[in-house]
Design a protein around this ligand. Structure first.
Ligand code: ADP
Ligand code: MG
Length: 156
């Protein structure tokens, strides 16, 4: 599976994130949390995408990169499918070792199938991103255009 998008402004990137969230909520619950790994350079649009994604999950708060706190969580228990879960937003920009993320309880978070977990700079903690995660890669085309490619971590 490979989905390839070209967005021409930040709103289209938000909308792409929103649509992905709406589609994800139609999947049956799996054994573990649903994990998104977002990759690509600073300013690529990872946080912008997650603003739309969070909106698609029914989150009303404004999403900003948790660069300094590393992780933030948001209530999604209103969603029937996720009623025992949260949306976790991680930013690994400042992370050097997987251990730093594990110390935040990453394993336990992943083990709750009702959680949805989005990791910015997922390439920094590759080893602990589950094999069935969706990897979303952002490429800077020009000032207002981004290429967004969505794949399964262990797929083609
Ligand atoms: P990241 O989290 O990857 O560092 P951000 O989402 O914080 O990136 O920043 C992306 C920046 O690029 C924002 O200032 C946004 O307004 C701008 N931008 C311009 N065009 C786009 C686009 N097509 N998609 C996403 N962001 C865009
Ligand atoms: Mg960001």
């Amino acid at each position: 599976m490979k989905l390839d998008f070209l967005t021409l402004n930040y709103k289209q990137t938000q909308k792409t994130g929103q649509i992905l969230a709406e589609e994800i909520l139609k999947f049956p619950i799996k054994k573990q949390a649903l994990v998104l790994g977002l990759e690509g350079d600073l300013g690529g649009g990872k946080t912008t995408f997650l603003q739309g994604f969070a909106k698609g999950l029914g989150i009303k708060e404004k999403i900003t990169s948790p660069t300094f706190v590393i992780m933030r969580s948001y209530d999604i228990s209103k969603l029937k499918r996720q009623n025992k879960g949260k949306f976790f937003h991680l930013d690994c920009y400042r992370i050097q070792k997987e251990k730093e993320v594990l110390s935040l309880g990453f394993k336990e978070i992943i083990n709750n199938p009702y959680n949805i977990v989005a990791v910015e700079w997922a390439e920094r903690i590759k080893k602990i991103i589950p094999k069935d995660a969706l990897i979303i890669k952002f490429d800077f085309i020009n000032k207002n255009s981004r290429e967004i490619v969505i794949k399964l971590k262990n797929g083609n």
